[in-house]
Design a protein around this ligand. Structure first.
Ligand code: OAD
Length: 234
């Protein structure tokens, strides 16, 4: 595929998943070395697990923070952030909770599945930011409940306002680029058919075929770290 000049599109959405951070060393969820092949989500990533043993769940998330902190954003993250700096209509909608886009200086990232770097009260929704290296046992200032990671766990609902914002951005997009997502976790994966129903140019960047590949007109079977800088310019 020839390099694409983004200036010809007024509204552009990059929709990213775990594969976006894979070359930084952040494990993906599925496939070889995937998080859910090593850990049962029923024990580490759902409200029931947290209610049963908050310390175990918090320790798992603290370990993940440590792993992410040891990783650096790669050329794809940096390039995307620079493109966004040049193009006011470029949005990043991510399923990732690792904050790597932001560490590469991307702004206003739409985090569909929350963030490893925030805590939330399960009762009030009150959200608190977390310092990078901080161990995450904190009580809600309103009710005293132990705050949980502000991540969309299994069986949680996604944040409705965040999801609605992603929908609006995607409905308006003239170019939609999915990077490094298996497209099997809903409702996030449903944003791909939403983009395809409009008139957006649809590009998938992923070394492997996915469940949603059929919805894309163009496929780039390359890793994100090389494909994103090579294919997009302002
Ligand atoms: P997955 O782990 O399901 O899929 C990662 C995708 O990235 C796969 O399709 C890989 O082929 C692709 N991939 C791997 N290396 C890549 C690279 N270097 N460049 C580009 N693509 C690469 O991750 P997600 O689709 O993000 O939910 O998973 C969706 C959700 O499932 C996550 O947000 C997470 C998980 O449970 C929550 O944490 C709530």
């Amino acid at each position: 595929m020839e390099p694409i000049s983004l200036s010809q599109y007024e509204r552009v959405v990059f929709f990213t998943g775990a594969g976006m951070s894979a070359e930084s060393g952040v494990p993906t969820y599925r496939g070889r070395g995937g998080i859910w092949a090593q850990y049962r989500w029923e024990e580490y990533a759902c409200q029931d697990a947290f209610d049963a043993d908050p310390d175990k769940v918090l320790a798992f998330h603290q370990q993940r923070r440590g792993r992410v902190l040891a990783c650096q954003p790669h050329a794809g993250h940096s390039h995307l952030a620079a493109l966004q700096g040049a193009h006011p209509g470029l949005s990043i909608v991510t399923q990732n909770t690792d904050g790597m886009h932001q560490r590469a200086s991307a702004r206003d990232v739409v985090e569909l599945h929350g963030s490893l770097w925030r805590l939330r009260c399960a009762r009030h929704g009150r959200i608190e930011d977390l310092a990078a290296a901080e161990y995450a046992r904190r009580a809600c200032a309103e009710c005293g409940a132990t705050l949980r990671p502000d991540i969309t766990w299994f069986a949680d609902s996604v944040n409705a306002a965040v999801f609605a914002r992603a929908q609006r951005l995607i409905e308006q997009a003239q170019l939609f680029v999915a990077v490094g997502t298996s497209g099997i976790v809903y409702p996030a994966a449903g944003l791909v058919p939403l983009a395809a129903r409009g008139s957006a140019r649809m590009i998938e960047i992923n070394p492997d075929q996915t469940e949603l590949s059929g919805l894309f007109a163009e496929h780039v079977r390359e890793p994100a770290g090389t494909a994103v800088p090579r294919l997009f310019k302002y």
